[in-house]
Ligand binder design. Structure first.
Ligand code: GLN
Length: 397
């Protein structure tokens, strides 16, 4: 008798390939300027590269403690106090992970059971949907709307309606990928109060915490960590990473800050998933966390300059968008170009114009909502942005 079994799990079958990563491959294939995937194309800071090399030479080459090198966890605690005003115990409240990507899925696997509802803003960073599939969560979407000035907001009654007895957690990304929204204190308090009322957790992805913009050097909406709000530390899981702040996305070093019981669970999941993040790079991370104030001010100023260059270029080329308040993306509306959808438009942009972007639908559960949007990233060298500007000027306006 012939036996036939499914070789692939239903989970893996329900995952689709990452559109963001696929766009990077397309960019290479067609020689397009890559403003798709959010990674810097400029050099990482010399001092931390040096420190990583020294750490290898000093033989930090075997497994570190599974939840992270002590010096690195200590440095994370000091930096969290310094920038967020968050008091964290490095022994019981920090887990070092392989990037924030592992941090988020480890946190979800540690906390979420089958059938638990997890609230997501829509649009959301692409990874959160597969995270929900892998952790058996039932995603519930709350829309982010864009006003006439390109500022993003949510409706409080829609947010309240999303919470119920089955709500286990809400995921926020603040500053937000892909919209560039920075959540105000009032918005965070409103969400935090709902978490308390419904005994829910908040997973907050704060990887863009230092990438915040302003007008004339004055930040409009400062980044506030959810865990610092009254009564929220005990129900907040902060996910962060070295990737964006220190321009080392390929190092895959992230961390999770959570109350001790959740940290205990995250550490177990993390241990069995990956054992640990690269030992030598954690030593370099500990060093980076001690960078002076000026490093962060310079990072902010550099990205502000890039944002203020690219947004007018995009508007001039016919994209409708506002100025993001944080992170390094611009979510644009492409309706005026008259393409059937974002996929057709992106294909045209990559193949005919020579600029790669991420189609908007990849950030939506309801693909129709993103079908006239594309996301640009601007964490690139000036010459890369200038080359993109030149090419975008060829778009029929
Ligand atoms: N966060 C980045 C983005 O949204 C990179 C994601 C990734 O490919 N890991 O583009």
């Amino acid at each position: 008798m012939e036996r036939k079994k499914h070789r692939l799990s239903s989970k893996s079958l329900s995952l689709t390939e990452s559109v963001i990563r696929e766009m990077s491959r397309e960019a290479v294939k067609y020689g397009a300027v890559n403003l798709g995937q959010g990674f810097p194309d400029f050099a990482a800071p010399e001092a931390i590269k040096q420190r990583a090399m020294e750490a290898i030479a000093a033989d930090h080459n075997q497994y570190a403690v599974t939840w992270g090198v002590k010096e690195f966890r200590d440095a994370i605690a000091v930096k969290s106090e310094r920038f967020l005003g968050l008091d964290v115990d490095p022994e019981n409240e920090i887990t070092v992970t392989c990037g924030s990507t592992e941090g988020m899925i480890a946190a979800m696997l540690a906390c979420v059971d089958k059938g638990d509802e997890v609230i997501l803003f829509e649009p959301f960073y692409e990874n959160y949907a597969p995270d929900a599939i892998l952790s058996d969560a039932t995603p519930v979407h709350v829309p982010l709307y864009e006003d006439a000035n390109g500022a993003w907001y949510f409706e409080r009654d829609e947010m309240r309606a999303a919470f119920n007895e089955r709500t286990k957690a809400i995921i926020i990304c603040n500053p937000n990928n892909p919209t560039g929204k920075v959540f105000t204190r009032e918005e965070l308090e409103f969400i935090g109060d709902l978490c308390k009322e419904f005994d829910a957790l908040c997973f907050t992805d704060e990887i863009y915490e230092h990438i915040i913009y302003g007008v004339d050097g004055v930040v409009e909406t400062p980044h506030i960590c959810m865990a610092t709000l009254d009564g929220m530390k005990d129900r907040t899981v902060v996910v962060n990473s070295l990737s964006k702040t220190y321009s080392v996305t390929g190092w895959r070093v992230g961390y999770v800050i959570a109350p001790p019981d959740i940290t205990g669970a995250v550490r177990k999941v993390h241990d069995f998933l990956t054992v640990g993040a690269a030992n030598c790079l954690q030593h370099a991370g500990a060093f980076a966390m001690e960078f002076p104030e000026s490093y962060y001010a310079d990072l902010q100023a550099e990205y502000q300059r890039k944002r203020d260059f690219i947004v007018p270029v995009l508007k001039e080329a016919g994209f409708r968008c506002g100025f993001p308040e944080g992170a390094y993306y611009v979510m644009t509306d492409v309706n005026d170009f008259g393409f059937a959808n974002d996929i057709d438009f992106t294909r045209h942009l990559i193949r005919e114009i020579g600029v790669a972007v991420v189609p908007g639908s990849s950030f939506y559960n309801d693909k129709a909502k993103g079908s006239q949007k594309v996301r640009f990233c601007f964490c690139k060298k000036d010459e890369t942005l200038e080359a993109a500007a030149e090419r975008l000027a060829r778009l029929p306006g």
